[in-house]
Design a protein around this ligand. Structure first.
Ligand SMILES: *Cc1c(COP(=O)(O)O)cnc(C)c1O
Length: 416
């Protein structure tokens, strides 16, 4: 298959940002020019050794890269199957992979002489990462966040404000992530001369899906090198959770041409696919256009975007990144889901067995590893992306576990 590599970004997506049927640039005329300018500047920066040097400097000395690849020994022993390695993105500055991309884009914004940064955020993780890099460079920063999310994630609102960012609550519609993205796009159109919009995942109009993936591929580049050092061979399975899809694309991309490596993306199964209360776009979603890109969406027969649900705010979005849709069509990556209950049980399991409290998003990936490892031979290797740490989720998890009927626990709880 022909897959664009870092050195040759032109094959997939094509010049218009299409990954097969997906992606593209579905925006009003007023956004076309800023997107074309961004694309040109991004490609120029990507080829510039000075930009790469600067990026690497901050990734190492500010963010804390490389992150470790850690053999989860007690979890492996408990499951009596494949060896489980964790890529520790939870150890990065601000606690998740999001800063890899926020940092890359803020460096790009400086090259473009933009003095003002805006971003959308759902759970607040991308907002915190963006506010952090904006503070580091002394740039003005406005974060759009649904008013409902502001209440649910009050700690992250405070973090952003401490960092000097303005948090703008959005009261339109459902008052969550989708409305925050609309508001950020509106701001960008109005202030494009001074402002760069740091989009937080592999979604939106071209060049965002390509650019964000390339800023996140450091996860997979490091993991590939580290597993070869530790085990002398490639992993058998890669597992990552999929919200918009940036941590998963970042891990998967450098392995796409390794035919022996299976890849699994885990979406939010919420309260179950049949209940409709989930965010598993590949289970019951269909082709549509949302916020600049063509991809798989949860929508009704009239094309109205449906409400989604997940215990983890970071996976709770109606659309999935276009490159994932393309990889699924090509059967290169398998997509499955974990329910809220399975994620909660995986959250506890990792805390108790490994001393690591994962983000609830990442717990979806852990849940899948726990399901597949026992039936695999002990020589096999499962590499899981631990996309973030769970401090932000402790309060919510404690409440949910506290009021849970023991019968509602998933089968994973029996491993505790
Ligand atoms: C935002 C977030 C995600 C989901 O976003 P992707 O773009 O799919 O990676 C997953 N894990 C953590 C910890 C997050 O903060």
């Amino acid at each position: 298959m022909s897959v664009a590599t870092g050195a040759d970004p032109g094959i997939v997506p094509d010049a218009g940002g299409h990954f097969g049927l997906y992606g593209g640039r579905y925006v009003p005329e007023t956004l076309m020019h800023p997107l074309l300018e961004l694309e040109e500047q991004y490609f120029r920066a990507q080829r510039d050794p000075e930009f790469q040097r600067e990026l690497n400097f901050y990734l190492e000395d500010f963010c804390g890269r490389p992150t470790p690849l850690y053999l989860a020994q007690r979890l492996t022993r408990r499951l009596r199957g494949a060896r489980i390695y964790l890529k520790r993105e939870d150890l990065l500055h601000t606690g998740a992979h999001k800063i890899n991309n926020a940092l890359g884009q803020v460096l790009l914004a400086r090259r473009m002489n933009k003095s003002r940064i805006i971003a959308e955020t759902g759970a607040g993780q991308h907002g915190v990462a963006t506010a952090t890099v904006a503070a580091m460079f002394g740039l003005e920063c406005v974060i759009y966040m649904g008013a409902v999310d502001c209440q649910r994630q009050a700690l992250n609102v405070d973090r952003m404000r401490m960092l000097g960012a303005e948090v703008a609550p959005v009261t339109a519609g459902q008052q969550t992530l989708k409305e925050a993205i609309n508001e950020a796009m509106r701001d960008w159109v109005t202030h494009v001369r001074t402002t760069h919009y740091i989009l937080g995942t592999v979604y939106g109009a071209h060049p965002y899906p390509l650019m964000v993936r390339n800023f996140q591929r450091i996860i997979g580049d490091e993991a590939r090198r580290q597993i070869l050092e530790k085990e002398g061979r490639l992993p058998d399975v890669l597992v990552a959770c999929v919200g918009g899809g940036s941590n998963a694309m970042g891990l998967f991309f450098p392995f796409l041409e390794d035919a022996s490596v299976r890849m699994v993306g885990v979406e939010a199964g919420g309260e179950g696919i049949q209940t409709g209360k989930h965010a598993a776009r590949f289970q019951g979603g269909s082709l549509g256009v949302l916020q600049g890109a063509r991809s798989y969406l949860l929508q009704d027969e009239n094309g109205q975007v449906e409400l989604t649900h997940s215990v983890s705010a970071g996976l709770d979005y109606a659309a999935v990144g276009p490159e994932h849709a393309w990889l699924r069509d090509r059967k290169r990556v398998d997509y499955t889901f974990a329910s809220d209950q399975e994620a909660l049980d995986a959250f506890l399991l990792l805390a108790r067995l490994e001393g690591i409290i994962p983000a609830l998003e990442s717990a979806h990936a852990i849940a899948e590893a726990v399901k597949i490892a026992p039936s695999m031979d002990p020589q096999r290797i499962v590499l899981v992306n631990l996309s973030g740490r769970g401090d932000k989720d402790v309060d919510q998890a404690a409440k949910l576990l506290g009021k849970r009927n023991p019968d509602a626990a998933s089968s994973l709880a029996s491993l505790l």
